[in-house]
Design a protein around this ligand. Structure first.
Ligand code: SF4
Ligand code: SF4
Length: 208
């Protein structure tokens, strides 16, 4: 399903430079993770629901979400050397081992990093895994938080950070944008929580 590119030679990069790029990548990955955690869309709206595209029905109800096939192997940009990221991932998490059975009625398997708890990777995920959201999710972000999220653009930017093509002012601008997403969702969630609390208090007062 996903591209397995023919191995090719990439220019030699100094170890210190590889480290610098990886650190920048991890920093942006952490911001995206915080953003998606705060939004908390997939679990309540999709992966625990029977509407989930890859629902395993009675076995594992919908928990697979988008993580079918081996999405982590996707190398969407052939000019980017993903090897340093992959090496660090394997060093930290080992080779993907999950052997969950095929998703019923679909004939596809969950990603090998996928487990009953979800993805085992806390970091060093490939760009596609840290950035992808489906159309419904895009609409939710726009309607709930006023956020216009272009996952392809984010995915490409993450790959370019890994490749050293995005750094300096451009990188700072990207991080600033991610921080705005984090702040916007945090503020909105806090507001939602406050509204809910006020609503419950008013309801309880009306019962007294
Ligand atoms: S991105 Fe969309 S399809 Fe994928 S798990 Fe989340 S809600 Fe489901
Ligand atoms: S690596 Fe993780 S996020 Fe990516 S497809 Fe596999 S389980 Fe999903």
């Amino acid at each position: 399903m996903f591209h397995e590119l023919i191995p090719r030679e990439f220019p030699q990069v100094e170890p210190a430079e590889i480290e610098r790029r990886l650190n920048q990548y991890l920093e942006c990955e952490a911001l995206l993770k915080q953003f998606f955690r705060q939004v908390d869309y997939c679990r309540p709206n999709c992966i625990t629901q029977s509407i989930s595209r890859y629902s395993k029905k009675d076995e594992i109800p919908g928990i697979v979400g988008c993580c079918s096939d081996d999405a982590y192997m996707e190398k969407h940009n052939p000019s980017v050397d993903f090897a340093p990221l992959e090496q660090r991932r394997r060093l930290k998490y080992g080779l993907p081992e999950n052997q969950e059975s095929e998703i019923q009625g679909i004939g596809r398997k969950p990603c090998r990093y996928h487990t009953i708890e979800g993805c085992v990777l806390e970091d060093y995920k490939p760009p596609i895994c840290v950035s992808y959201v489906c159309g419904d999710f895009v609409v939710y972000l726009a309607n709930t938080f006023g956020i216009v999220y272009d996952w392809k653009n984010v995915c490409e930017t993450m790959a370019n950070i890994l490749d050293g093509q995005i750094c300096g002012a451009e990188l700072e601008k990207f991080k600033q944008q991610l921080n705005i997403f984090v702040e916007q969702t945090k503020t909105r969630k806090e507001q939602q929580h406050q509204d809910d609390t006020t609503h419950i208090s008013e309801h309880l007062l009306a019962l007294v």
